[in-house]
Design a protein around this ligand. Structure first.
Ligand SMILES: [Ca+2]
Ligand SMILES: [Ca+2]
Length: 174
């Protein structure tokens, strides 16, 4: 009887911990998204351009090392000659051999940024500079399809790693 009760309590405790853990991960992802947005804004203020090349329309990239290096202040003569740190992320943790929850730092001080579930974030940047960014197609509940007056928007596909399964996606906009 006592063992059975302990078992039940342990199960309830386990569920509670998982929910709290998941909430912490969502909060971390939300913070990363806002920090990314701010990093792009600070970069623009510093260099009067965006760290990605425009192509006539807004550009969407993932937070791989190529995109993150100039924001992290990694050695990059072309895109960040001042070496300014625009995004200061924590180091990624090792989740079963894959990085998650931070920057997988490389020797040059740069590296890819992973969300708490091991995905790269996606970022759309206002490279056509019209102060409007179209929300991604998966955000079907959006009544207003445009984000105005932001240099960038960003999102994560969430725990299920599927952007088309939207219920757990995390996004920088309302
Ligand atoms: Ca735009
Ligand atoms: Ca998802």
């Amino acid at each position: 009887m006592v063992i059975a009760i302990i078992g039940v309590l342990a199960t309830i405790g386990g569920i509670g911990t998982n929910t709290a853990m998941e909430k912490m991960k969502k909060n971390q992802a939300q913070k990363d998204l806002i920090d990314l947005q701010n990093a792009v804004r600070l970069y623009y203020n510093s260099y009067k351009k965006y760290p990605v090349a425009g192509s006539g329309a807004d550009v969407t990239v993932e937070t791989d090392a190529a995109f993150m290096n100039p924001l992290l202040g990694a050695d990059d003569e072309a895109l960040n000659p001042k070496g300014t740190v625009f995004f200061s992320g924590q180091a990624a943790k090792d989740r079963g051999g894959s990085p998650a929850g931070g920057v997988a730092f490389e020797a040059n001080g740069g590296g890819a940024l992973y969300d708490p579930w091991g995905n790269l974030y996606s970022v759309t940047i206002d490279t056509d500079r019209n102060n409007r960014i179209t929300k991604p197609g998966w955000d079907a509940e959006a009544t207003v399809p445009i984000v105005a007056n932001q240099p960038a928007i960003a999102w994560s596909p969430g725990e299920d790693k599927e952007v088309d399964e939207t219920q757990d996606n995390v996004k920088s906009w309302k």
